[in-house]
Design a protein around this ligand. Structure first.
Ligand code: MN
Length: 254
């Protein structure tokens, strides 16, 4: 693990969290309407900073999740796919002259009025960022504490929860994600959303605060598992970072 990169990543996460926390007290200064370029008449566009969302480094080595998630998939998934969402998000911010100081959370919570590029690419950036975090090699086999209690309260047992999550992941048609969220009433909910939609989005068909998710786009598993999405889902449980999921559960419950 490159210590410099790791430090940078921590800073990135800390900054994101601070901006997200500040979001509730700051006016939202976004615009869905593309401004004329180089018009010189829009003061905000004159002082606009380069947006500069950056690809966060993986929190572990590319081969860390072997043999469950293969090195080549991790490399392409992170360096090419996730990078493309980040680059295209920055491009869209520039093209539509969106205020450069919006946090990723602010962006995805208000994608509805914005061009589709924001829904797809801010979603893609957010979703992949949490995805890397909720995986790690050699983690706990299952959650503990309050999250385990919550699972027991709503499912027969942890195996029943796993089966139902897997059913959501396997029955999702086409590209998308399976989600475990905390609803606004504090309950757990499982569902899938298409493409790069995210349960925090204003236009999401189903909502909640994500604490666990699984990428079921073919790019997430096709190199190793080809059409066998079920084998990918089975293997993925071996690399879930339950400490991170439990942490997110605690935050979501507050
Ligand atoms: Mn993906």
């Amino acid at each position: 693990m490159n210590k410099t990169l790791f430090s940078t990543r921590r800073e990135f996460l800390r900054k994101s969290a601070c901006v997200a926390a500040a979001a509730s007290i700051l006016p939202l200064i976004s615009s869905a309407v593309p401004q004329k370029k180089n018009s010189g008449t829009h003061p905000a566009s004159q002082s606009q900073q380069t947006p500069g969302f950056q690809l966060p480094p993986l929190p572990y080595a590319y081969d860390a999740l072997e043999p469950f998630i293969d090195t080549e998939t991790m490399r392409i998934h992170h360096d090419k796919h996730h990078q493309a969402y980040v680059s295209n998000l920055n491009k869209a911010i520039h093209e539509y002259q969106l205020a450069g100081d919006l946090s990723l959370d602010e962006l995805i919570r208000e994608v509805g009025p914005k061009p589709a590029a924001f829904r797809n690419n801010a979603g893609g950036h957010w979703n992949h960022t949490i995805f890397w975090d909720i995986m790690k090699p050699g983690g706990k086999k299952h959650p503990e504490g309050e999250l385990l209690d919550a699972i027991h309260a709503q499912f027969d047992d942890i195996e029943d929860f796993r089966r139902k999550f897997a059913t959501v992941a396997l029955s999702h048609f086409g590209s998308g994600w399976a989600w475990l969220v905390v609803t606004n009433t504090g309950r757990l909910n499982l569902f899938s959303l298409p493409n790069q939609d995210n349960p925090l989005m204003d236009i999401a068909a189903k909502k909640g605060t994500p604490i666990l998710c699984l990428d079921v786009w073919e790019h997430a598993y096709y190199l190793k598992y080809q059409n066998l999405r079920n084998e990918y889902v089975d293997a993925w449980w071996k690399v879930v970072n339950w400490d991170e999921v439990m942490k997110r559960y605690q935050t979501a419950k507050k």
